[in-house]
Design a protein around this ligand. Structure first.
Ligand code: DP6
Length: 343
């Protein structure tokens, strides 16, 4: 084993993943719906995995991880280790040091970059050859790493590539056709994602629990799942054709359907606050004034606004003026992850 560092950028879903397939076994973490995302250029996680003589030790942003969060990391290291086969023996103890350059657990997709970086650093640290072939060949190595990342967190499967990435749901029970792949490079289209922070602090209900609640109690969940494949296909082709209006419409529709299914759960799952709604309305007003931007939001109260780079400054100024907005950041399309030796 050796010390390795991975940097993975987070991603925002343009067509959302929300819900898990009932088949395939829990540890495969197969999504009920396919998704499409844009990798971001600034928000990222940097993770170092190194050998450790004593028991495992994990830290996130300098604080020791304990309890369920630590168990989730240990379980993921085990998954990566098991890809070496049964004869590999027990996994060596690891020290994991992760730094999030993205607000943690506030619906800003830190689990996507977090599990992508952990997968890559662990694979490179625990096995000499798993990551080496990532940039070459037909991409099979990277798809394998992406499938491993998915088992840690579904959205992490998409952070194995820069640019725009699609994760297909697949049909096979063993998940072999649940595959992420890049559909357009980061140079395909000069887009910005404006991250509109509507509060500080962490969210209350994690995505995994929220999805479970929706599946079990929301009468709209079935309709959400049934209509998502059409959104995925149409958003993919609009993205490839650089049709911002078309892509934006599907993106907003996917987001509002996901949240409608959350609102119809029992008890209702409301990730938004009042400022979230005011920002959404400002985006609509801006469009009516000729400023083309489209809104989306995830399992948290922040709003992300997709626009062309040329429109970003004017939209940022409008969104900053909404009462209650804490901060607006304009992020570009992000790069591939990176793996390097650490000390
Ligand atoms: C709303 O990937 O965090 O951001 O697989 O249970 O870890 P788990 O869920 P996670 O869910 C992301 C949900 C979302 C939409 C998306 O990113 O597609």
């Amino acid at each position: 084993m050796r010390a390795m560092r991975a940097t993975a950028h987070t991603n925002i879903a343009l067509v959302k993943y929300w819900g898990k397939r009932p088949d395939g076994g829990r540890d495969l973490n197969l999504p009920a719906v396919g998704s499409l995302s844009m990798t971001l250029d600034e928000y990222r996680t940097v993770t170092v995995v190194r050998p450790r003589a004593a028991a495992d030790a994990f830290a996130l942003d300098g604080a020791t991880l304990t309890g369920a969060a630590a168990d989730r990391v240990a379980k993921h290291l085990d998954r990566v280790w098991r890809t070496r086969g049964a004869e590999a023996g027990p996994r060596p103890s690891c020290e994991v040091d992760s730094v999030n350059h993205v607000p943690t657990a506030a619906g800003l997709a830190s689990s996507a970059s977090g599990f992508a970086a952990l997968t890559l650093a662990a694979a490179a640290a625990l096995s000499e050859d798993m990551v080496e072939g990532m940039a070459e060949g037909d991409g099979a190595d990277r798809r394998l790493l992406s499938a491993l990342a998915r088992r840690g967190s579904g959205s992490a499967a998409r952070s194995l590539w820069g640019g725009f990435v699609r994760l297909d749901r697949g049909e096979e029970a063993d998940g072999r056709d649940c595959i992420a792949r890049p559909v357009a490079s980061r140079h395909h289209w000069d887009l910005k994602m404006l991250i509109v922070h509507t509060t500080t602090g962490a969210k209350t209900v994690g995505s995994t629990g929220g999805m479970e609640l929706c599946k079990n109690t929301s009468p709209y969940y079935g309709a959400w799942v049934a209509s998502s494949q059409r959104d995925l296909d149409s958003a993919t082709s609009r993205l490839q054709n650089r049709d911002l209006r078309g892509l934006g419409e599907v993106m907003e529709h996917s987001c509002f359907k996901m949240h409608a299914s959350m609102w119809a759960a029992r008890p209702p799952l409301i990730y938004w606050n009042g400022v979230t709604v005011e920002v959404m309305r400002e985006v609509q007003r801006a469009r009516a004034d000729g400023l083309q931007g489209w809104a989306t939001s995830d399992a948290g109260p922040h709003v992300k606004v997709l626009c062309e780079a040329a429109t970003a400054d004017a939209l940022v100024a409008r969104l900053e003026s909404v009462v209650g907005v804490v901060d607006v950041k304009a992020l570009g399309v992000g790069p591939d992850p990176k793996v390097e030796a650490a000390t």
